[in-house]
Design a protein around this ligand. Structure first.
Ligand SMILES: Cc1cc2nc3c(=O)[nH]c(=O)nc-3n(C[C@H](O)[C@H](O)[C@H](O)COP(=O)(O)OP(=O)(O)OC[C@H]3O[C@@H](n4cnc5c(N)ncnc54)[C@H](O)[C@@H]3O)c2cc1C
Length: 387
């Protein structure tokens, strides 16, 4: 940990901003506001920084605690900001879908269409998908199933998507929103990387170190403190609060919990299976009868000479208030509930601003979270400096 100054609780210092959560959103806000001359305190409930992107090194392998994370954006400003805090290695995310004892390429690209349809040229794959769209009547794309067939055709959808998303969201694909796969674009090319943005990569020293570097030595941070249980005391320490904890939890679930989905990660030693086992960073287990939803081979994410090999077994976990909400569920009901919570906070806590993946109840990526945090801070800085 590079942090040199730790806030001492009974010192009763006064801060301009209390920032709840040391994930990318909180760390970016703290850095931007500190650089603009404001005094910030970060409160993080875990004993380490990183949030959902947290990493830790084990025997020379960077373990991605909550699934493989790869940065991806087209935004120069976000990329240049992050690049100041670690060297970013130019690697993409690589994913295979496992179904019926076979690997299928993913995301939706020519490798997959070639494996499933036998098509070689993009125009032939386009034709077959068009045929399925018309045969299955999915022009209007009212749910995830129709969107999946629209994007990939029936067979590729069945082999790579249906079982995976039904396990993840514990709901039939026909009842899921198309928004759950909004970022999944059909790529009529043979490039195998998951992300197609201009900037793609992974920080050399892991995401937690990158966040430690963003926070640096000039921002006070309290680790292992749950803001919610101590919020009356914490709120007195600062004029404003930027909060990345779940908005429904902050409001003591007065309207009931927002629907969250969460996963469980179990790290297993695969060293005895040889140099590598999966041969790829992420394998999605699509078969609905298999309790596993993903396997992650951490040493395949970024090439390493490490001798050991660790694989995370990922299963769907039943969410409760003590668990991290990893995936927001897009539906009209959840949007209506979210609106009620936003209205409640605006009315009762005018000095508290919610942000980040859990605070906004949005399945955003790291770079989206950083961009939203930067935009928010630019607005705050402009407003405060002009008043
Ligand atoms: C399985 C999975 C895979 C993903 N893969 C990618 C990927 O490949 N690329 C990508 O760009 N993004 C990916 N993401 C998204 C990425 O993890 C998030 O966008 C990013 O980590 C969000 O950062 P954040 O700061 O907004 O929120 P979070 O990381 O959720 O940070 C919130 C912080 O607040 C803390 N906190 C919560 N409650 C309290 C409290 N009461 N008191 C104090 N602290 C509190 C939490 O401990 C946490 O540290 C993935 C997400 C998941 C779930």
């Amino acid at each position: 940990m590079p942090f040199s100054k730790l806030y001492i609780e009974n010192k009763m210092a006064k801060y301009d901003f209390l920032i709840v959560g040391a994930g990318f959103f909180g760390a970016t806000c703290a850095r931007k506001l500190t650089d603009a001359g404001f005094k910030c305190l970060i409160v993080e409930k875990e004993n380490t920084v990183g949030g959902l992107a947290a990493t830790e090194e084990k025997d020379g392998i960077m373990i991605h605690k909550y699934g493989e994370h790869v940065l991806h954006t087209d935004d120069d400003v976000t990329w240049n900001f992050l690049s100041q805090y670690d060297t970013i290695i130019n690697v993409n995310k690589y994913v295979k879908c496992f179904n019926g004892n076979k690997y299928y390429s993913f995301p939706l690209n020519m490798n997959l269409f070639n494996e499933v349809y036998g098509t070689i040229y993009p125009k032939d794959a386009r034709e077959l998908i068009k045929k399925d769209i018309s045969e299955y009547g999915v022009e209007y794309k009212r749910n995830l199933e129709e969107e999946g067939i629209y994007k990939a055709g029936f067979k590729p959808y069945m082999l790579t998507m249906k079982g995976y998303y039904e396990k993840l969201f514990q709901e039939e694909a026909k009842n899921l929103s198309i928004a759950e796969i909004r970022d999944l674009n059909t790529q009529f090319n043979y490039s195998s990387g998951y992300y197609q943005e201009y900037y793609v990569g992974v920080p050399l020293n892991g995401y937690s170190t990158m966040i430690e570097n963003i926070i640096g030595n000039d921002i006070d941070i309290l680790l292992g403190k749950d803001y919610i249980t101590l919020k009356d005391r914490f709120n007195k320490l600062a004029d404003y609060v930027i909060c990345t904890c779940p908005i429904d939890k902050f409001c003591s679930y007065i309207y009931g919990p927002l629907p969250w989905r969460t996963l469980k990660y179990e790290l297993k030693d695969f060293t005895n299976e040889g140099e590598n086992f999966l041969g790829i960073g992420t394998v999605r287990i699509v078969d609905p009868n298999n309790a596993l939803i993903e396997m992650i081979e951490h040493k395949s994410i970024v090439p390493t000479e490490a001798e050991k090999n660790y694989i995370s077994y990922v299963t769907v976990d039943k969410w409760n208030a003590d668990k991290i909400g990893m995936f927001a569920v897009n539906s009209e009901e959840s949007e209506a509930l979210l609106d009620k919570y936003i209205a409640f906070v605006n009315e009762n806590f005018p000095n508290i601003i919610f942000g980040g993946r859990q605070g906004l109840y949005r399945n955003i990526s790291i770079c989206e979270s950083v961009k939203l945090a930067s935009d928010l801070c630019n607005d705050i800085i402009t407003t405060m400096h002009s008043s």
